[in-house]
Design a binder for this molecule. Structure first.
Ligand SMILES: [Zn+2]
Ligand SMILES: [Zn+2]
Length: 425
């Protein structure tokens, strides 16, 4: 009793490579993600040096799921996740293999490891209590972040711990807000991406964004919208069409495959019909020739990757970088040291050891799929834990957030990577 601990393998005072090892004494890993660092170098979480009983994945974004195949390359382990998370993650893992092959590198795992993942995956829906071991039960709750995203509640020896993963209590075009009716818990491991601020009102933001995009095409420029393959790209398209943007929209990259997965799971969407209609109205770029077609006359281009860490968006930026009537719209979080953050701050595109001047304007719209500060504080108050471990945030943001959490009578902990802490106070 009282010996339960948590070790932080990643996402400690950083956004990226989320991974936490619980010792209950069953050994459970919550998420195993990757991080894109300087020059888009991939950074892994710290290695797991014990035999695992289970892995739980919160959602399919690479910073939470990207390292699972490498974990399997060492030894397969029973993995709990929602069905959409498995399908979407699989797309990303297959893409990693493809990229590695293209760059003549080794991905650190083989296609066989992806078969093994399927074999060892246990697909779980929301609000279905399961026993992982005689000692540990767990339950998923809808996190409202992307398709199939989940918050994880674990019960051990009569105590409860909640891992929020990435979550969003507010409704978006694609998803209804997170299900916060989780009950009281003893410890929370919470994301803190926006722990220092609130988001602008979404409806107004959507309207201004749609108008801004249409104006760029009207003045004969290209509206470039780098987007996460999963979630943001599809959402942007739905927003533009819902606000009557009539410009041609070219949709390029991995997001196409993710869109097909999304349409396969209508029960995980807020308005599947609206999404389908919007996606059918855009031009799906499927070849190099079609990619060039998009450059022939001004239009909207929605393409991955969201933080410019690869993907077809780089092709378009290179080609259009001196087109001053064009404009680039960031629609999501730009992590430190990514090409996206650099372009936004310096107007230079740094790829392949080159630094290219970009003449068009860049602008940022915060269509966050993460909770805003006030909503996180409200949620923490509701769950009333004794302690809250802050993860998945920039260090200065975490410090500000921690002060606010103290005000609720909850003890905030800003863990260090590689350190182990008592899970319960
Ligand atoms: Zn995420
Ligand atoms: Zn994340």
């Amino acid at each position: 009793m009282g010996k339960e601990s948590i070790s932080f393998l990643g996402a400690a005072q950083e956004v990226g490579r989320s991974s936490f090892l619980l010792d209950l004494p069953d050994k459970i890993v919550l998420d195993t993600g990757l991080k894109f660092g300087a020059e888009n170098q991939i950074e892994q979480p710290l290695p797991v040096k014990t035999n695992l009983n289970a892995v739980i994945l919160s959602h399919a974004h690479l910073d939470h799921s990207g390292n699972l195949p490498k974990l399997f390359a060492q030894a397969p382990v029973l993995t709990y996740l929602t069905s959409p998370t498995l399908d979407l993650s699989n797309l990303l893992w297959e893409d990693s293999l493809k990229i590695a092959k293209h760059n003549r590198e080794h991905a650190g795992f083989e296609p066989d490891d992806l078969f093994l993942i399927k074999k060892f995956s246990f697909e779980v829906g929301y609000k279905r209590k399961l026993s992982i071991s005689p000692n540990v039960q767990f339950e998923f709750f809808d996190a409202g972040h992307i398709l199939g995203s989940a918050m994880t509640k674990l019960s051990v020896d009569g105590k409860n711990v909640l891992y929020t993963g990435d979550y969003n209590p507010a409704d978006t075009r694609l998803h209804t807000g997170a299900d916060l009716k989780i009950g009281a818990v003893d410890t929370v491991i919470t994301e803190s991406t926006y722990g220092d601020r609130n988001h602008p009102p979404r409806k107004e933001l959507e309207a201004v964004f749609a108008e801004d995009v249409q104006n760029v095409v009207d003045r004969k420029g290209w509206a470039l919208i780098p987007s996460f393959a999963i979630g943001r790209g599809q959402e942007v398209i739905e927003i533009l069409r819902s606000h009557g943007v009539t410009a041609d929209i070219y949709y390029d990259g991995m997001g196409q495959k993710a869109a097909n997965v999304m349409l396969k799971y209508p029960q995980y969407l807020r308005d599947p019909k609206a999404l389908k209609k919007a996606l059918e109205s855009v031009f799906w770029v499927r070849s190099g020739k079609e990619r060039k077609d998009a450059l022939k006359k001004p239009c909207v281009i929605v393409a991955s990757a969201g933080m410019l860490q690869g993907g077809p968006i780089l092709f378009y930026i290179r080609k259009l970088r001196l087109e001053t009537r064009s404009k680039l719209f960031f629609t999501g979080f730009q992590a430190e040291r990514t090409a996206g953050r650099k372009l936004y701050e310096t107007h230079k595109l740094e790829i392949d050891n080159e630094s290219l001047d970009v003449a068009f304007e860049t602008v940022r719209y915060e269509f966050s799929a993460h909770a805003q500060r006030d909503d996180m504080l409200k949620a923490l108050n509701k769950w009333s834990p004794q302690r809250a471990f802050l993860v998945h945030g920039d260090p200065d943001v975490m410090n500000t957030f921690a002060e606010q959490i103290k005000g609720l009578g909850i003890k905030p902990v800003i863990p260090e990577r590689g350190k182990t802490y008592k899970l319960f106070g």
